[in-house]
Each structure stands twice: as structure tokens, then as C-alpha cells.
Design a protein around this ligand. Sequence first.
Ligand code: AMP
Length: 547
Amino acid sequence: MNDFSSMGLNEPIVSAIKKLGFKKPTEVQQKSIPLLIEKPKDIVSLAQTGTGKTAAFGLPILHHLNINSKTTQALIIAPTRELCLQITSELKKYSVNLKLNIVPVYGGSSIQEQSKSIRRGAEIIVATPGRILDMLKRKYVNISKIKFCVLDEADEMLNMGFYKDIKQILSNTPDSKKTWLFSATMPNEVSKIAEKFMKNPYRITVGEKNSTSTNVKHKSFFVNSRNRYNVLKLLIDSSPEIYAIIFCRTRRETQKICENLVEDGYNSGALHGDLSQNQRDLVMKSFRTKQIKILVATDVASRGIDVENITHIIHYKIPDEVEIYNHRSGRTGRASNTGLSIAFISSSDKQKIKRIENRLKIKIENSQLPDSKTIINSQINNYLKKIKDAKINSELETFFSSSENMLDEFSKSELLLKILSLKFDKKIVSPELNIEKNSKKNNEKDVRYKINLGIKDYYNWQNLKDFLTEIYSLHPGDIYNVDVQQSKSFFNSKQAHKKLIIEGIKNLDFNGRKISVTITNKRGQKDESSFSHRDQKKKRKSKKKYY
Ligand code: AMP
């Protein structure tokens, strides 16, 4: 018998859950569902992403809904668009047997379209705080009759400065509603919300507070500011099957690390608050489908995102809060998989590491960097294993037969060496020995440019990079370290492209303003040139691609 059926849930819901293959309720579900079904009351639940909390609040909501009324009966508030969509998609799966309209509303997408969906009757609205507030102000939604209000990832919403918004949203809801608050951590601010807006809430804790997965191994590497990035590359090189999230502390750093990785030929994407929603969706889609194997992210942008089979979490910069370290590391080692959480630390981080170890009762093992021989061996072995496991495409056989003798003159080992040489044409060097040399060489070749386009012209680093690449017909890797400011931006390119960048394009203007590109390698010494934007349409087209 399915345990869910003994919880008192309506039959159409139990049957949907069965079809999804849920056999046993998770801990948070066991603790909340019976309680919320029998006599709903306010609850505060300490539960992290991946614990099954969406069903813990979603199933009782679906159970209590009056499906004959189109009135909005439940409002779920979540910090990010990604989480909003994730919750909506889960709820839709649980309610396949019910005729319901569950509408996600979030910023960065047409408010008119969202309002249209709500007008058709939305029994459940899943919203980000800013967008629902906007809709309330425009009277596009009516939440005055809701029975349930869920605050999901409450700690993150407060971190993102949504306290006032939440207060205002709640003031539009009836006193009679039940409020269910879910949070991965329980800082004082969240406790205060519970006290202020909830009536004698029932408290649920899933596992231990700050519980850590025993499937995760914790390691640290000493780095300095000069070699931090190179150590990152070493680690990636030493783990050919890596599927990782690299956590940085700021948006700018996240963007820079990702740009550098892409430029160095790694399959990587960035996720941070400066990206448009579409850009974030694209990155997440590529990451989930493993087209991108390395996601460089800020804590906020990646909150709530649940991706299976992550092998490595890398703390490029270690966070100040133990909870954040724990939350980041919890993205790996899910289910029965094992995972590695790797912190890059400097000597001033020793105290932080001690605090994390004591609070989470874990050991963060300080490790030596792998040497180049180990890395190369591991890369070669991995590639040979791929060759061994490769399925033979029978269609190729016809073409192959005519060329079969072409390689007769080579022995097996010669052939293998040739194949490996093609595969490892660049990376077969001693990485740790080249750290210093490479960075020096690169610096000598770099030229930094200033351009008079910026945020006010609707550019961000990615669409400016695209624009420059297109205008100069360069490879994306040729334009890097793009830093977009309000009315100007900076970017780097190799010395070899200097002539092209300065002289290559003439007579371009942007909205009647001449675009100027200036070398800013040495502050104060300018070597000016200018060009104008040839074709406004072209610019708009290139921008579109990235939104
Ligand atoms: P959540 O923590 O709500 O984001 O859920 C994480 C994942 O676990 C989702 O993909 C759910 O579909 C799945 N899930 C939730 N409850 C169960 C359950 N009782 N058994 C198996 N999978 C579940």
C-alpha cells in the first residue's frame, strides 16, 4: 500500500502521486501532511531544497481546494523565478487528475500575459514578491479570499531584501488564512517574521538543524589571489567527469570566472542577478541537460535550484555564514551519490574553516593539489574508457571500408598516440609549472579598451561582448573581461587585435552618438580612435539573441 493513501489525501491526488512513483513520504511530508490535512494551522518548517517540501505544502493545499470555484485560494511566494517555475511544475504533476489553473507570476516576463492567465481563474498563484506586489497595485490579482499562504525559502527572501514586500503582500490577505513558512536556515529575521505574522505556529524541523549529508566529502586547498583561478583549472582538469557548481561571492566575480573559463575552452555558464531571466533560463537548461558541465553561480541566483548528480561543489570564495557553506555543499551527495565540496582558502580563512567544522561536525581535509602527471593520466584514462565504451555506428562501416588501409603503416600504440595528440593538443603541459608563465605571457599580450556604451544603452557584459564580437568578426574568446558600467564599459583583447579594434570599423554611431573606443592600458594615456554604429537594426538583432 502507498503510504500516501493512509494520510487522508483525496484519491485523485494519491493516484497522481502513485503514478509519479513516490513510494514513501519524506520526513518533512510525514511531519506536515497529516497535520495540515486534519486541521490546518500555521506552521514554520526548517527544511532544505530537495527534501520534498513542495509536496509537503502542495498536497495539503490541493486536498483542501474547492475545485468548483475559480477564486484564488492559495498563494505561494518564492524568491526567484526559477523556484516559482519549479514549484508550479511540481504542483501540476500532483494535480494532473484535478481540473485546476496554477499560474506562476514573476518578473522579466509579460505582466499582461500573466494577468490574462489569472483572469481565466487561478486557484493557485505561485509568485515572486516583486511581481505579485506589482499585480496587486494594478489590481490584476485578488488574494483577499485565500485560505493558504506559503512563504517558501523565507530566509532567502529576507536576504534579498523582500521583507517590506512580504509585509505588504500579507496585508492584502485575510486574517483567516493559514500561513506556512519554509526556510532552509532559521536566522533571527525569519523567527521574527514567524512571530509577527503567524498565530502560534507549529514548528517542524527536518533532520538536525544544520544537518549535513554524510555522502559529501569536504576538502580545502590553500590558494592565493594570484593562483586561485589556475588552481580551479587544475581541479577541473583532474576530474574529467566533473559536473560542478562553482560558488562566487559577487556577480562581477561570477561573470569574470565564467568568461575566463569559456575563453580557456571549458564548458561553462554563469548564473547571477545581472543576467536577464531568459539568459538565466538558457543557462539552467544547458546545465540540466549537461551541455554546460560547470555552472559558476552566486548563492542568491542559484537558490532553490535542484539539479541531480552534481559531482563537485567548489567554494571559489568561502562564505562567512556556516549555513551558506552547508547549503552550497548540500547540492552534491544527493540520494545515494557521493560528492565533493572543495573550499579555496587563504590563511586568513582558517578561523572560518574551524567554525564550519565545529558547527557542522565535519572534517574539512586540507589537501595537496594534484600534480600534472596525475591529471594527465586521469584525462587519458577517461578518454580511452570513452573509446572503449563507444557504440559503433554501423552506418559508418560502408564509408570506412574504402579508407581502412590508410592507417596500415602505424602500429596500435602509434595510432593511439596520434588520436590522443589530436584530443589533447593544448592541455598536455605541466599545468602547475605554467601558472606563473602563462599569466605573465597573457598579461603582456592583453590590451584593455574603454567604449562609451553602457547599462544606460541597455548593455550587459554578455550582449556587449556579442555586439563587439559581431562587429569585429572575432571569436567570442577574443573579447573578455568585459565590465559594463553605467555609461561606459571596458573589455580586453589580445595585442594582435589592436589594429582591428581601433581602426577596423569606422563610421558607426549609436542613436546618433559616435561610438568611441579608447585604449586604457595605462591610466591617463589615451590612444583614441572612434567608430560609429553602422546599423541600428543589427545591434538590436544581436541584443535579442542574448535576452
Ligand atoms: P522539493 O524538495 O520539493 O524540491 O523536491 C525534490 C524532488 O523530490 C522533486 O523532484 C520531487 O518530485 C521529489 N519528491 C518529493 N517527494 C517525494 C517522495 N515522497 N518520494 C520520491 N520523490 C519525491
